[in-house]
Design a protein around this ligand. Structure first.
Ligand code: SER
Length: 266
């Protein structure tokens, strides 16, 4: 599949699930002094998530241009050193604003990757938030329970606050998340070392492709967590990573997202 076909497959899948497909927002954020550049698909929906505006539709989906040079989760140190982090990238996302929550978000993600794209689920690992006592948060057993319908226990991994509690910035909407990781190593390597032991260990062939955030809170300036008026699903999938997976490449730079420009420059 070409990159364009992959992007279209994502949008069609979520259109079929009743989502309104919306355009990417501009990368320079206006009217929000807490953020300079769009660093996630959810930025354009911040007012809706906080309950200050009505959504155009309770289900929306898009491909958002993001610039991750600032914000809480930027991974800037990795850019230029590895094959799968970028300063600018596209994030495929689906949102539910007070409509569906964890169960459907997990079902849609599995259905899209395995049912629609044909990815072998034996190569997928999922993480769930292990809890964080200082914020009074318990393990996300609910998400783990839904994943158990699709994966054996050894493919469901607990993750800490750094990896499994997503926050837009120091303040703003946030919540526990479940990440989907894929193991694209050759079979001989998989036989020697289990993929589960390499999740979130900076291995270039066991990478996160999709983050499902279950937004339930707003982080206030004093550090406290206040429940959101409506629960929100915010997912973000790394488009260039998905293209590498679908095109059988080891590096995002070898996909048709980058190759035509690189050849021309060359
Ligand atoms: N906001 C989450 C992220 O950026 C999911 O879209 O990873």
């Amino acid at each position: 599949m070409t990159a364009n076909e992959i992007r279209e497959a994502f949008k069609s899948f979520f259109r079929e699930q009743g989502h309104l497909i919306v355009p990417s927002a501009p990368m320079v954020v206006k009217d929000d002094p807490t953020l300079m550049f769009t660093n996630a698909g959810m930025n354009q929906f911040k007012d809706v998530i906080l309950g200050n505006a009505e959504p155009k539709s309770r289900r929306q989906s898009d491909s958002q241009k993001c610039l991750r040079v600032s914000g809480k989760h930027n991974d800037l140190e990795e850019v230029g050193h590895d094959t799968y982090h970028h300063t600018m990238f596209e994030m495929l996302g689906n949102w539910s604003f007070g409509d569906y929550f964890k169960k459907e978000a997990i079902t849609y993600a599995y259905e899209f990757l395995v049912g629609r794209l044909g990815i072998d689920p034996r190569n997928l690992y999922v993480t769930v938030f292990e809890g964080y006592a200082a914020d009074g948060l318990a393990r996300d057993d609910e998400a783990a329970g839904y994943w158990e319908q699709y994966f054996p226990q050894e493919h469901i991994i607990n993750g800490n606050r750094h990896d499994n509690f997503w926050e837009m910035g120091d303040t703003g909407p946030c919540g526990p998340c479940s990440e989907i990781h894929i193991d694209i190593r050759p079979d001989e390597e998989k036989a020697k070392v289990s993929g589960a032991s390499l999740v979130n260990k900076d291995h270039p062939q066991i990478i996160e492709i999709w983050n499902l955030v279950f937004m339930q809170y707003e982080r206030r300036a004093d550090g406290s967590l206040v429940p959101l008026p409506n629960k929100v699903i915010d997912t973000g999938m790394g488009f260039e990573r998905l293209c590498a997976v679908m095109q059988g490449k080891r590096s995002n730079y070898d996909t048709d997202v980058f190759q035509p420009s690189m050849r021309k420059i060359g």
